[in-house]
Design a protein around this ligand. Structure first.
Ligand SMILES: NC(=O)c1ccc[n+]([C@@H]2O[C@H](COP(=O)([O-])OP(=O)(O)OC[C@H]3O[C@@H](n4cnc5c(N)ncnc54)[C@H](OP(=O)(O)O)[C@@H]3O)[C@@H](O)[C@H]2O)c1
Length: 366
């Protein structure tokens, strides 16, 4: 019997992000790299070295069709520029491959629909890279809400503020309408997904404004989206490359019992018991809790973790957990929670918010 891991992997678009995928697949005990596809073999080899990809036996090809046709490839990981994701995902599903699709899943509603249809018809497993759902802080805030400690959610705000300019490896394609699309498609979709996941509520109506400050982009560089959520709650997403500050991913989830504002848990009418929370904390090795003050006078609880969503340390990007979840889903015949059907809801909000902003803030009902 062969001792090789059972699932073969093909990866397309060998740049910064693909390198994280490849290393995570190498570390997963059930997967092995079989094929890598880049447009130029020498550049692909150079990128593998530059991004410190671990040793593996994968073959390099310049033809995506080679990955599709290879019977030893069971999973295709798509890390190409944004406008190529949908067609590559559809082709991979039709070839019977399970797929990991980098965000954004697609660039418009028609593509989103066609990706979901292809995955459904092929009956393959899928995961979309909103991997912040695997970040320990995000998991903790999600747990606070799900366990009822925040009460009924009234308001949620997530802000994706990351100053991306020509230092970025994907700058030349990402800054264009064709390749990047918009700030929400290229970046802020993480914030929209976090808003849905942390609040537990879907968007029912939205209106957005946008502006353009940073040079070099073909698309507006800030968009602010106001949202009506289910059950009369409200939501807000800011997505921008214009802020003169380090990358921040700011989270506020406000319920009728308590509020999370980034690393602080706050209350007003009903005191949150620190000792009870410490005892119930599901991740005591990753999250610690301590008394703090907020502003000049108010008591709160500080949520301590090394691994915030805005950490720039690559080792803190939870691609490993995402990929392990996809592989487990394949092996146990379970569709991962972050599948294309769920991601489609996040992506629809992004596309419609862009439409609203193009129309000067038009109100759009979902
Ligand atoms: N989930 C996350 O947190 C996260 C983080 C970063 C990026 N991403 C996503 O990952 C994807 C790749 O981003 P990246 O940062 O890895 O970008 P990147 O470093 O530019 O890598 C993309 C690779 O795609 C290849 N490619 C294929 N067709 C191309 C084309 N027509 N134009 C330009 N390049 C082409 C390029 O390699 P060849 O030229 O050799 O073919 C390039 O190295 C994007 O969709 C991005 O949104 C996600």
């Amino acid at each position: 019997m062969s001792s090789q891991p059972s699932l073969g992997v093909g990866v397309v678009g060998i740049g910064w992000c693909a390198a994280q995928h490849i290393n995570a697949f190498i570390k997963n005990p059930h997967t092995r790299i079989v094929g890598l596809c880049g447009r130029d073999e020498a550049r692909t080899r150079a990128n593998l070295e530059k991004y410190e990809v671990l040793p593996h036996d994968g073959r390099i090809t310049t033809r995506f069709e080679d990955l599709l046709a290879d019977p030893d490839i069971h999973i295709i990981s798509i890390a190409t520029p944004n406008d190529l994701h949908a067609e590559q995902a559809i082709a991979a599903a039709r070839a019977g491959k399970h797929v990991l699709i980098e965000k954004p899943t697609a660039m418009n509603l028609d593509e989103l629909d066609r990706v979901s249809t292809a995955i459904r018809q092929a009956n393959v497993k899928s995961i979309v890279s909103f991997e912040l759902r695997f970040n320990p802080y995000m998991k903790f805030v999600h747990w606070l809400r799900e366990s009822g400690r925040l009460g009924n959610i009234r308001f949620t705000r997530v802000q994706y503020l990351s100053r991306v300019t020509d230092w970025y490896s994907g700058w030349e394609w990402c800054r264009t309408r064709q390749g990047g699309g918009s700030h929400l498609l290229a970046a802020g979709c993480h914030a929209v997904d976090a808003l849905r996941w942390l609040s537990g509520k879907e968007v029912v109506e939205l209106s957005a404004y946008q502006t353009h400050f940073t040079a070099g982009y073909e698309w507006p560089t800030t968009i602010l989206v106001n949202m009506k959520l289910q059950d009369e709650a409200l939501g807000h997403v800011s997505s921008s490359t214009d802020f003169q500050m380090p990358y921040t991913f700011q989270v506020e989830v406000m319920g009728d019992k308590a509020t999370v504002r980034d690393t602080t848990l706050l209350w007003k009418d009903e005191v949150v018991d620190l000792e009870e929370l410490q005892a119930a904390n599901p991740w005591p090795d990753l999250i610690s809790l301590e008394k703090t003050t907020y502003g000049t006078a108010f008591e709160g609880i500080r949520i301590n973790t090394m691994i915030m969503p805005d950490s720039v340390d690559v080792a803190h990007h939870p691609f490993q957990a995402e990929i392990d979840d996809l592989v487990d889903g394949i092996l146990t015949d379970r569709q991962p929670a972050l599948n294309v059907f769920d991601a489609e809801k996040t992506m629809r909000i992004c596309v419609l918010a862009d439409q609203s902003a193009e129309q000067g803030g038009a109100v759009i009902t979902l």
